[in-house]
Design a protein around this ligand. Structure first.
Ligand code: NAD
Length: 387
């Protein structure tokens, strides 16, 4: 009987791995499970906040990614039973596996902040981005120059900055009376990043009339205001929470070694169960001192190697060790972009932080290359203007 390989998730990790697995495992019986029947280019989802039509360009149907022989099951994974070697779905169905690749991504972290989950919008999927668009649009409708709508974005990592940038573009395009606030707990936006990058991004945010408040964490959210550790509360009409990510509940009781529901793996992606592999945001992949970060870039790179390792495991061969290669950061602030520490074909750019056309081109190129990789260059070309 053919070896049953099951892949969970259609994010960068799952979608990227499917094609590799299909190439490596000609005779296997592959099943791909995801709650959506499309792959979303998540690192461009913020563009939908400005213009919902972009959604067509940054979603790829799973049937355009997988080969016809791979079975696709649409469903939400609620658990994995490693003793029984089966996956449980929300609708009660069970899928058996011989080898499993967990690529379930991450969910928004609320850190137990009172009222945060109930009162905030998030940006972890296409529907989230559409909801933010609608909320901003509705708030602007009832606002005026004298009484502008207040949109607050909590958390100034990449998601928060890019969301605030798109809301500013929406405001300017529609001449909408909106005040935008970007709120960060720590003293600088993009905490831990290079000061030159932080400074360049902050300059763009301020130029786009985005109020940047730093150095005071949000401690509570109610239905119309957020409270801080020290400062005065800030009232809002729309509140978007981009304060970080954590693991999926589905990995709660799976008996695999994990930290906060993120499955820990060796550098070869093997978990504490030799039949189960994990990559992407749902995994903490050992890379020595620091694990690989929960980014699209890391998921994409891991997806290129995991198929080979699952194939080797089936054949009883030694597994390859993966090393994450940080190719730098490219961030958009509306129609502008900033790049930092970028490597192309392994070579670092002569200037560590740069902006303007080169960075914008690079940002588009990264997204287009991914769409071409999992879809086709034809699709990537069609999406180019929206990226
Ligand atoms: P993040 O963890 O990078 O940023 C969250 C921010 O929220 C941090 O700056 C944190 O200090 C702040 N924060 C946390 N608690 C807070 C509080 N109580 N009050 C105010 N601020 C608070 O999260 P993210 O931006 O969602 O990104 C998650 C991962 O995804 C990161 O690794 C990021 O690099 C990656 N990402 C990549 C892209 C891309 O375009 N390549 C886009 C989005 C995210």
């Amino acid at each position: 009987m053919a070896t049953k390989v099951v892949v969970l998730g259609a994010g960068y990790a799952g979608a990227g791995a499917i094609r590799q697995l299909e190439e490596e495992l000609e005779n296997a019986d592959i099943t791909w499970v995801s709650d959506t029947d499309y792959h979303l280019v998540l690192h461009e989802a913020h563009r939908v906040i400005r213009d919902p039509r972009v959604k067509e360009k940054i979603t790829l149907p799973v049937h355009d990614i997988k080969s016809p022989s791979t079975r696709f099951v649409q469903g939400t994974v609620t658990g994995v039973d490693t003793d029984d070697r089966s996956v449980e779905l929300e609708n009660g169905d069970q899928i058996d596996y011989d080898y499993l690749l967990v690529a379930l991504g991450s969910k928004t972290a609320y850190y137990g902040i009172p009222g945060m989950a109930e009162n905030s919008l998030t940006l972890k999927g296409l529907d989230d981005a559409l909801q933010i668009h609608d909320a901003v649009k509705d708030a602007a409708k009832t606002a005026s120059r004298n009484d502008p709508a207040k949109v607050v974005v909590g958390g100034a990592g990449l998601s928060g900055i890019q969301s605030a940038g798109e809301i500013a573009e929406y405001r300017d395009k529609h001449r909408a009376p909106i005040d935008i606030y970007l709120v960060e707990a720590l003293d600088e936006i993009m905490p831990g990043q290079d000061p030159e990058l932080q400074g360049t991004v902050k300059k763009y945010l301020l130029e786009k009339d985005i109020n940047v408040l730093t150095g005071d964490p949000i401690t509570e959210a109610t239905e119309d205001e957020i409270q801080f550790d020290e400062g005065e509360p800030l009232d809002y009409d729309v509140f978007v929470w981009t304060g970080g990510v954590t693991g999926r509940d589905a990995m709660d009781d799976c008996n695999l070694d994990n930290q906060h529901n993120r499955v820990t793996t060796e550098a070869n992606f093997q978990t504490s169960d030799e039949r189960v592999f994990a990559i992407g945001d749902c995994a903490i992949i050992d890379q020595g001192e620091n694990p690989a970060p929960p980014t699209a870039q890391a998921a994409w790179q891991a997806a290129e190697v995991v198929g080979e390792n699952i194939a080797r495991s089936i054949r009883g061969q030694p597994l390859a060790t993966w090393t994450y290669d940080d190719k730098g950061t490219v961030i958009s602030i509306g129609d502008d972009a900033v790049a930092h520490g970028v490597k192309a074909v392994g070579v670092e750019f002569p200037v560590s932080t740069f902006n303007s056309h080169a960075a914008k081109f690079l940002k588009k190129m990264i997204a287009a290359r991914w769409i071409a990789d999992v879809g086709s260059w034809n699709r990537a070309v069609k999406a180019w203007d929206s990226l």
